[in-house]
Write a protein that binds this ligand. Structure first.
Ligand code: AMP
Length: 387
């Protein structure tokens, strides 16, 4: 295992990292920081929780100086992740005077115009950043490092055109880093188009497969909520996340949990930014124990101590399932994933099971291999079909 000394950081960055108290680099940091500091383009396969912000953040902080215009741009899929990355970068820049700002939709433009004028580093969601480009309120001609964080998710969310427009607005002569939890063909394609002789770095999944237990209940739709309530009350969990496929279901579930006095909070893209921030903070600090959310809103949030994931609906995209379960069984902790299936979830669930088989045979993804689905059947409805 190497130490941070190995990277020959500037004194400013070294002291900021020391201040954070990290003992040694994570795997993605160990493998990617030397390449990033050497100015190489990179495609990093790494998920939330693997320490990738410090990996690209070290290159961003080392190569940015105060007052020379916008030099580093980081694109993230969600507002929450933009804020989170901004906070992490501010910590890394603790001993260096840099102006770092987060730019995302759902809030007014005015303060953003002002902060963009003097920003050295911008962390932004693609839609709002494109709006600023079109209004001429941001200048990307000095950008020397561009990072796509959670690139797969940004493409899933339909940001491809915005992203390409933003990349094309930056100078050709820049360093480009893509970080993505998975590398589907579109990301490969995008990287071929925009990365120069990129080096691919892939790190093992952070979730501990041996500590992750998964199971499902198969019940009529009308009993789903009662089952969830029973499980939340009956299980001694640390923090629990309840994933729903839509905002509407999230609203219905949170409304009923509150009626039954469960300390829960909801998070989805329909809430104003201040409510979203408040919900996450309360959950992170353990003031509230249950977070009911959609995939989009919860994406990229790093919260320790999540012991249970409840899938109130099963996502249609198996990748979303992988991201959901990746929130638990982190850093040596135990974690449980409980799927609440009813008839309409069977197809999605079957697709996930098939995808896993595919993964085991073709991709040998380690934490998928150990998945054990144990059935707690509470109704006579038939098992999910294996296709
Ligand atoms: P990220 O993948 O960047 O979202 O980071 C996930 C979490 O790991 C954050 O809470 C970081 O503060 C933490 N972290 C990053 N690097 C290290 C490290 N080298 N050692 C311990 N924790 C770290």
């Amino acid at each position: 295992m190497i130490s941070f000394e190995h990277f020959k950081f500037s004194d400013d960055l070294r002291k900021s990292i020391e201040r954070l108290g990290y003992q040694s680099p994570t795997k993605i940091q160990e493998e990617s920081i030397p390449l990033i500091l050497a100015g190489r383009d990179m495609l990093g396969e790494s998920e939330t929780g693997s320490g990738k912000t410090l990996a690209f953040g070290s290159g961003v902080i080392e190569n940015t100086a105060r007052g020379k215009g916008l030099q580093a741009l980081i694109l993230t899929p969600t507002r929450e992740l933009a804020e989170q990355v901004k906070v992490s970068l501010c910590k890394l820049a603790y001993h260096k005077q840099l102006k770092i700002t987060a730019i995302y939709g759902g809030v007014s433009f005015g303060p953003q115009f002002r902060s963009l004028k003097s920003a050295d580093i911008v962390v932004a969601t693609p839609g709002r950043f494109k709006d600023h480009l079109q209004r001429g309120t941001v200048n990307t001609s000095n950008v020397s490092i561009l990072v796509l964080d959670e690139a797969d998710r940004m493409l899933d969310m339909g940001f491809i055109d915005d992203i390409e427009m933003i990349i094309n607005s930056c100078p050709n002569r820049k360093q480009t880093l893509f970080f993505s939890a998975t590398i589907p063909p579109q990301i490969e394609k995008l990287s071929k188009r925009y990365l120069k002789r990129p080096i691919k770095v892939s790190t093992r999944k952070h979730v501990d497969s041996k500590k992750l237990k998964q199971g499902y209940f198969d019940v009529p739709r009308s009993l789903k909520f009662s089952l969830l309530l029973h499980l939340l009350r009956d299980t001694s969990s640390k923090l629990a996340m309840v994933f729903c496929n839509t905002r509407r279901t999230t609203d219905v579930v949170i409304k009923h949990l509150k009626i039954y006095k469960v300390d829960a909070v909801a998070l989805h893209g329909g809430f104003p930014q201040n409510k979203r921030t408040e919900a996450i903070e309360n959950f992170k600090e353990g003031k509230i124990h249950v977070l009911v959310c959609t995939d989009v809103a919860a994406r990229g949030i790093h919260v320790d101590n999540i012991s249970h994931i409840y899938n109130y609906d099963i996502p249609s995209n198996p990748i979303d399932y992988v991201h959901r379960i990746g929130r638990t069984a982190r850093a040596g902790e135990e974690g449980q994933v409980i799927n609440l299936l009813s008839e309409e979830d069977h197809d999605n669930f079957s697709r996930i099971l098939c995808e896993y088989r595919f993964s085991i045979n073709k991709l040998k993804k380690p934490y998928v291999e150990r998945v054990v689905f144990c059935s707690h059947r509470t109704s006579s409805s038939k098992k999910p079909r294996m296709r």
